[in-house]
Ligand binder design. Structure first.
Ligand SMILES: *[C@@H]1O[C@H](CO)[C@@H](O)[C@H](O)[C@H]1NC(C)=O
Ligand SMILES: *[C@@H]1O[C@H](CO)[C@@H](O)[C@H](O)[C@H]1NC(C)=O
Ligand SMILES: *[C@@H]1O[C@H](CO)[C@@H](O)[C@H](O)[C@H]1NC(C)=O
Ligand SMILES: *[C@@H]1O[C@H](CO)[C@@H](O)[C@H](O)[C@H]1NC(C)=O
Length: 390
């Protein structure tokens, strides 16, 4: 079962035996189903989780019973700390956060179980930290430790097979620690927390040949780590300054405006003495049927003296202007990765890379301005990144 299973529940509470295997986009299928039946539906979601181990784990989340179950663990190369899904193709890409780093592909089977690696390539750099498929059929990977990135083409007939056409991109800065890849229009943005800059890449005349065409400079020493774009607006979480910033994306290729529209601390109040915080993930949930407003959720990692409440997720309203709503404590240590899922992104799965609190499933409540714990599964003590299967 690769698609989420939808089960109809009648208004009198009785459960219909009919189940649906709905093709993506899931949100549309949900709306269609609601319109047709006027009833609530229960959904089983499968979520894959990477980490600093030699496997990727698969979890099942049942949003009717709020049960979060460990399904299986698939062997991979070392440290698949970041994983990404090729939508609708049942293909998972994973990095090997190692020296040298690697990029692997897998087919996703029943219950999220992975095939053995279909293809593995050397990342041509160290400490690979992130990978993402591009709409071009290529796969991008950044090497945090060596300040470079690869954009790899895949076989048109099988995107699990990498071709030998690589663009190795080296970032021209005294210190470079690229940490993410985000496709924005025809550009690729790469936040570099060592260089305090977001690189703008474009594919030149020869397909497969990506080059830096510009940069969006960030405050010195801020450490831009992860980004999200919304129209022409860029939101950046800074690892070192522990801030969330907002700015207009300067005109391509290399507009120079660096004016910040907003710059807000993501540090929760009452941190213990000796806490050492490092901003990590930023996620956007747009307004939808049951969520009247758009929100941004930011994770943070305490690498020092722990807060007994664990790391907090900071919640921001997006409109009318970016503003902090509050913090929700997770009981997790060092939330490096987290992901929204569900037809309205109503669920958020998170894990820590330290401690033994496992993974948690939260629900966006109070219209999105709060998060409520639904389930925890601590069978595997740490997890670093997540993918919701479609
Ligand atoms: C990768 O790390 C090794 C040591 O772990 C070092 O010798 C090598 O120069 C590094 N390579 C790059 C491309 O930075
Ligand atoms: C972009 O502009 C900056 C100056 O703001 C310059 O230092 C940099 O070299 C330019 N990048 C490219 C690729 O032209
Ligand atoms: C952003 O805000 C932080 C405090 O939250 C401050 O330390 C930093 O200097 C600000 N940076 C800019 C560029 O305004
Ligand atoms: C958020 O939800 C939790 C329940 O999960 C509740 O205990 C808490 O009071 C709520 N926070 C706010 C600010 O309403």
């Amino acid at each position: 079962m690769e698609y989420p299973e939808l089960v109809r529940i009648d208004t009198d509470g009785s459960r219909q035996t009919t189940s649906y295997h709905c093709a993506p986009p899931r949100a549309l299928a949900w709306r269609h189903l609601r319109a047709r039946t006027g009833t609530i539906v229960m959904v089983n979601f499968t979520i894959l989780a990477g980490g600093y181990t030699s496997f990727v784990a698969s979890y099942l989340f049942n949003s009717d019973t709020n049960a979060l179950t460990l399904l299986n663990q698939s062997p991979t190369g070392p440290n698949p700390s970041w994983i990404s899904l090729l939508p609708h193709k049942h293909i998972l890409y994973a990095i090997n956060e190692d020296s040298p780093g690697g990029l692997q592909s897998f087919r996703i089977g029943e219950n999220g179980l992975l095939s053995s690696a279909i293809d593995t390539i050397n990342a041509e750099g160290n400490t690979s930290a992130f990978t993402a498929p591009l709409s071009t059929g290529q796969v991008a990977i950044v090497n945090y430790g060596s300040g470079n990135a690869l954009i790899v083409s895949t076989e048109e007939s099988d995107p699990a097979q990498f071709t030998t056409e690589y663009s190795l991109i080296t970032f021209d800065a005294p210190v470079s620690n690229p940490h993410m890849v985000l496709e924005h229009g025809s550009e690729v943005f790469i936040p570099d927390l060592g260089a305090d800059r977001i690189w703008r890449l474009a594919e030149s005349d020869t397909p497969g040949n990506w080059k830096v065409q510009g940069q969006i400079d960030q405050p010195t020493g801020s450490g831009p780590r992860h980004i999200v774009t919304r129209g022409n607006t860029l939101y950046t979480v800074h690892q070192t300054s522990n801030t969330l910033t907002q700015q207009r994306i300067p005109p391509a290729p290399n507009g120079t405006s660096t004016t910040l529209i907003a710059n807000i601390s993501i540090l929760p109040p009452g941190l213990p003495e000796g806490a050492a915080m490092a901003g990590a993930e930023v996620l956007l949930a747009e307004r939808s049927e049951h969520y009247a407003e758009s929100f941004i959720y930011v994770s943070n990692r305490n690498t020092g003296v722990q807060d007994p409440r664990g790391d907090a997720i900071a919640i921001f309203r997006v409109e009318p202007r970016l503003s902090l709503v509050g913090f929700v404590y997770t009981g997790l240590q060092q939330v490096r990765g987290m992901q929204l899922g569900g037809p309205e992104k109503e669920f958020l799965i998170a894990g820590g890379v330290a401690g033994d609190a496992g993974v948690i499933m939260l629900k966006r409540t109070e219209g999105g301005r709060n998060l409520t714990l639904l389930a925890r599964n601590a069978e595997i003590p740490t997890r670093a990144s997540f993918v919701w299967l479609d």
